[in-house]
Design a protein around this ligand. Structure first.
Ligand code: ASP
Length: 321
């Protein structure tokens, strides 16, 4: 049965054909035609969703993408879905889809770090490994996956680690779910718990949700700028710690009813609940009735946007007391 390839743009679809530096131009069928032998392993249908650099992608487009994934899941003639995207925000759209999709049909995001006009472009190999993964029974019901450099990762774990190197998508702490060895997908572990299957109201998706990283002796300007925001996502230092100078601004936000969703700025680990008790420790976050997130800052923001639009913030994140 066919695999649906949805192309959205990014480096994998970029050429310098129109002069100057590369920008997205290739269609889904161009991408598929560039992979030797792909037709021998699967029948492919293509859909051109967009052709943009991924930093141009909006949360509304992420919602529409999730809708397309759901439609393919309901189509019994489709075996799996591969989505090609620019790598810059790929982890955010993959996580958005993960948050809104509870189906069984495999969904794989991929892309490239070197466009097809450069020496050793990585797009064709990533496409081949993605189609193999989308055809694998082991990928069924796992939510959104990301396949890069022959590694299969869960959307909730994976992050872009290197701005230029093709070996960029890694899952800190927990590692990949599988690796693609020649024509075999070797599953090594199951992902942790699934994200709730949210049903957001598309009209309520609000990109005004702020995201801020705590830094040493920071000013409170960024926090005060969130006074009218639907929520503030805050990556605290270490196990959930902030400079004491920003506590009054956070108190003001809470008094104004702005939810604060805290996570750690460390690439591995999560917020402590009851290890420290000093001004600005996780005890302060608890006193402020913050929500605690286990995802990185960019994915915490995506889940906050989706959960607010589904009226499910308390289902999404715990508030330890
Ligand atoms: N450098 C990016 C990429 O890998 C550009 C983008 O995200 O669209 O595709």
């Amino acid at each position: 049965m066919p695999i649906a390839v949805i192309s959205t743009g990014g480096t994998i679809a970029s050429t310098d054909d129109s002069g100057g530096d590369a920008s997205p131009e290739l269609t889904g069928s161009d991408l598929v035609d560039a992979v030797p032998g792909l037709g021998d392993i699967a029948e492919i249908v293509t859909e051109d969703f967009s052709n943009v650099p991924s930093p141009h992608f909006t949360v509304k487009q992420m919602f529409d993408l999730a809708e397309r994934v759901r439609a393919y899941d309901e189509d019994p003639s489709i075996d799996g879905v591969v989505i090609t995207q620019g790598t810059d925000i790929l982890e955010e759209s993959a996580y958005f889809v993960d948050c809104c999709y509870g189906g069984e049909t495999p969904v794989v995001f991929t892309g490239a770090m070197r466009n097809p006009t450069l020496a050793s472009p990585d797009g064709p190999g990533n496409m081949l490994a993605s189609v193999r993964t989308a055809k694998s029974d082991g990928a069924r019901g796992l939510g959104a996956l990301v396949v890069f450099n022959d590694r299969v990762a869960a959307a909730r774990d994976v992050t872009k680690m290197n701005s230029m190197n093709p070996d960029t998508f890694r899952s800190p702490e927990f590692g990949p779910l599988a690796s693609v060895d020649e024509d075999r997908v070797r599953w090594q572990r199951r992902p942790g718990e699934r994200t709730p299957d949210y049903a957001p109201d598309p009209a309520a998706l609000d990109n005004e949700v702020h995201a801020l990283t705590a830094t040493a002796d920071m000013s409170d300007h960024g926090i005060r700028a969130a006074a009218d925001a639907p929520a503030l996502c805050l990556a605290a230092t270490g196990a959930g710690h902030i400079p004491p100078g920003i506590i009054p601004a956070l108190e003001d936000l809470r008094e104004a009813g702005v939810p604060i969703i805290a996570t750690t700025r460390c690439p591995e680990g999560r917020l402590a609940r009851r290890t420290y008790d000093f001004p600005g420790s996780e005890a302060t976050l608890r006193r402020l009735d913050c929500h605690f997130s286990d995802r990185n800052l960019q994915k915490t923001r995506i889940e906050t946007i989706v959960a607010l639009a589904a009226d499910s913030l308390d289902e999404a994140f715990i508030r330890p007391d």
